[in-house]
Design a protein around this ligand. Structure first.
Ligand code: SF4
Length: 344
């Protein structure tokens, strides 16, 4: 479980009950606590090389206030992002945070969770009578700091009482115990991000093993949550089809063994996200992981502008066709009633 080595508090965070509680807790635990006027001023982290600075930033937690309460869009998984936290302690080479957080990948925990949820209520009201779906992991893995924030539990309970609001989050973490007994009313869906043994071994660091993620998924299923998996990012390499099929078969054999107490929550979903990269992400990746074997050749990819204005290098359309041909029939054969939500 994530334990930061150093913690910064924005002074304003101490105006909120969670900020005060965390300060007491960290002091009790003998942690090094410093103050900062803004997270943008967290600069003097140890480390001589970009790689050392990266590791030290991942061990740094900033307890602060989420000031921007305008939620960004979140296609294709939801209508809006729900900003519960920023950053992730994992050190996956392919991570999208290399683009969005760049050289400052420290974790940020927001203490003004009630203000964030109040704003979510306004977004829900504005779209009535339609349902509004919120994604809690667009800029973080919020489960990684749940032992400090409690924000996921609070958010799950909030959405359990919203008829027209639905919450989703994705994770590679497995510390789900605190979420198993709370009331969710089936209004929160959790998806576990998973990949083939080769990709995990080559590119993932600092995250629980895939077998543990699958077990955590089964625990959430047995607590009645809607559960899915993200196959992300899918890479094309020698033998990729067999390895992804083996992974689906492994999930299928375990999935059957655990019933869900809730009607229809046996219906598993998959989101398939093919590998992509940005120019900024590539630059950061190569400075942090020199000699990385990640496939980052622009000329083998298709360039496309994304929803946040920067371009991405995607696999070519023939590859996407192969992904559809592989995953859609496989999911329907192995998981009766389950489905692929999207392939992007
Ligand atoms: Fe990035 Fe996800 Fe890995 Fe965290 S677990 S480093 S968010 S890819």
């Amino acid at each position: 479980m994530y334990t930061p080595d150093r913690i910064f508090f924005e002074k304003e965070a101490l105006n909120f009950p969670l900020g005060k509680k965390l300060l007491e807790r960290f002091r009790r635990e003998g942690k090094a606590v410093k103050y900062t006027s803004s997270h943008n001023r967290v600069t003097a982290l140890p480390g001589d090389t970009p790689a050392q600075k990266f590791v030290e930033a991942k061990r740094t937690l900033v307890v602060g206030v989420r000031r921007t309460l305008n939620f960004a869009g979140c296609k294709p998984s939801a209508h809006y992002q729900l900003p519960l936290a920023t950053g992730c302690p994992g050190q996956c080479q392919y991570c999208y945070l290399h683009t969005t957080l760049g050289p400052r990948p420290y974790l940020r925990l927001y203490v003004n969770i009630e203000e964030i949820l109040e704003r979510a209520d306004r977004y829900i009201s504005n779209r009535l009578p339609e349902e509004t779906v919120f994604e809690g992991s667009a800029t973080s893995d919020p489960l990684a700091i749940e032992q400090y924030s409690g924000s996921l539990a609070r958010t799950i309970e909030f959405f359990s009482r919203r008829e027209k609001g639905f919450f989703r989050f994705a994770t590679k973490q497995t510390n789900v115990e605190s979420l198993l007994k709370i009331k969710h009313n089936g209004k929160t869906k959790v998806r576990f991000s998973i990949n083939t043994p080769k990709i995990v071994a080559e590119y993932e660091r600092g995250v629980p093993a895939p077998g543990k993620r699958i077990r955590a998924a089964l625990e959430m299923k047995s607590a009645g949550y809607p559960v899915g998996f993200l196959l992300a990012p899918v890479f094309i390499y020698k033998g990729w089809e067999k390895e992804y099929m083996d992974l689906l078969r492994e999930i299928a054999s375990l999935w059957k063994t655990v019933p869900s107490p809730e009607k229809n929550n046996d219906l598993i979903t998959f989101e398939i996200i093919a590998h992509r990269f940005t120019a900024r992400g590539k630059k950061n990746i190569l400075s942090l992981f020199p000699g990385s074997s990640l496939p980052l050749e622009e000329k083998k990819r298709r360039f496309k502008y994304g929803q946040f204005g920067y371009g991405k290098y995607l696999y070519t359309p023939d590859i996407y066709k192969k992904l559809e041909e592989l995953f859609i029939p496989a999911v329907s054969d192995l998981f009766p009633g389950g489905k692929v939500e999207y392939i992007v």
